[in-house]
Design a protein. Sequence first.
Length: 99
Amino acid sequence: MNIFIQRITDTTTRKDLKEFANRIIEKWFRLPFSAHPEIVSCRILTITNSMGVIQRHGLVDVRPNDAALKIIKNLNGAYLNEKRVGVKQYDRIVKDSLN
């Protein structure tokens, strides 16, 4: 499942995104599950809106889905690099809006 992390700072890296998601994986997933939680990939999306404003967001692919849902629930509204971010499920990438 893809997790969308809204409003990241210009200095946030893919490593920062991975460490952010790992906060929950390391804390909550110490017991055996059907599949061991893993972060498959981390990307930074740069989106320019119609007014020329550049926004940066993170996209983290986490497996299995129950791990992703736990991350969303526990990190939505948390701070990443001293900035409060929104965290939600993201199902689709619109390639026309990506740079």
